[in-house]
Design a protein around this ligand. Structure first.
Ligand code: AVI
Length: 321
């Protein structure tokens, strides 16, 4: 018996992605479904883990170099953040840039309103214009910021969760949103020692494992599934050819289960691919940005070159020889 409740209540996009993804020749579920309420809480915990350097290193870079960003990009611009800006990183940049306006863009209206309200408390004089939209597409910004210079902000190495083709599409959409001459400050994780990467994505406390396995709990709860979660384990794999960490859920034994009344079988050792986290070398990140019409104005990295924040500028199209 499969209750009709979840059939009607479940997000149809989640349902379609899971059913198609589990049936695919290489089973995979898009990483965005990792972030339900519990998944978001677990991700928050990941950012505090000793092994998970990206948040710590990027925050330190912003503390150290935000003033240089402000000098180069110009104070008094509109800061446009791609994401709701709920992290501790946003105030660091806003302090330094002293923008004339702040525009957070997020697909989740709820998140957006919450974090905009929190920022208003911290910066009572700063005009905040939240935009509820999918920033994978070019967006028309609020008319109040039309005449201002723009500094886009995309921290967290979220760009790494996209394959190159989609990452370029996103960067191009950002360029269209912000306009020629605008700046973009983006965080990108660097290629490094494989062991350090694996540790960051398979921590000793098992928080990342819980984060990954939570997807199966979510499928069971929202899509009327009976997946035996204990029959799967978290795997973090370095795919050198693709220059990325992959998260998988690996079946520990042969398993059979149903989701929304559809039957699935996994043999021991088969996996569901749940996330990519691409890592970029210095020249890789430049190429990625260039492919989308962004020139690199300046890059800052930590002494161990674990992570980079990059200030890019939307270049005018040029004739190429
Ligand atoms: C959100 N994103 C940048 C994180 C990352 O590092 O790719 C997601 C994450 N997955 C496992 N740990 C962290």
């Amino acid at each position: 018996m499969h209750g009709s409740q979840s059939r009607t209540d479940a997000d149809p996009a989640f349902r379609d992605d899971v059913l198609a993804g589990l049936a695919a020749p290489i089973p995979a579920v898009p990483a965005r479904w990792l972030y339900d309420l519990r998944g978001s809480e677990l991700f928050e915990q990941i950012t505090q883990l000793p092994e998970y350097y990206p948040t710590r290193v990027e925050t330190a870079l912003l503390l150290r170099y935000s003033r240089s960003v402000a000098e180069m990009a110009g104070r008094g611009d509109a800061v446009v953040e791609f994401g709701s800006g709920s992290s501790a990183k946003t105030p660091i940049l806003l302090e330094a840039v002293e923008p004339a306006a702040y525009v957070p863009i997020d697909i989740s209206g709820e998140f957006l309103m919450e974090s905009a309200a929190a920022l208003k408390k911290q910066f009572p004089l700063l005009p905040v214009y939240p935009v509820e939209a999918d920033f994978m597409q070019a967006i028309e910004l609020p008319r109040q910021v039309e005449a201002m210079g723009k500094l886009g902000f995309f921290p967290g190495s979220t760009i790494g969760n996209l394959v190159a083709r989609t990452a370029v599409d996103l960067l191009r959409a950002m360029r269209d949103t912000l306009g020629e001459g605008s700046f973009l400050l983006i965080g990108m994780d660097r290629v490094k020692d494989e062991e350090a990467l694996i540790r960051a994505y398979d921590d000793a406390q098992g928080i990342t494992a819980e984060f990954n396995l939570n997807l199966l709990h979510r499928i069971n709860a929202e899509l009327n599934g009976d997946i035996p979660v204990g029959a799967f384990r978290h795997r973090a794999i370095w795919n050198d050819k693709m220059s990325r960490i992959e998260m998988h859920l690996e079946a520990l034994q042969d398993v059979e289960f149903t989701v929304e009344g559809e039957r699935f079988q996994f043999k021991a050792g088969e996996t569901i691919h749940t996330e990519n986290s691409h890592k970029y070398g210095l020249r890789d990140s430049r190429l990625l940005l260039r492919a989308a019409g962004w020139g690199v104005a300046k890059e800052w990295t930590d002494p161990e070159e674990q992570f980079a924040i990059i200030l890019a500028q939307a270049e005018p199209p040029r004739f190429a020889p």
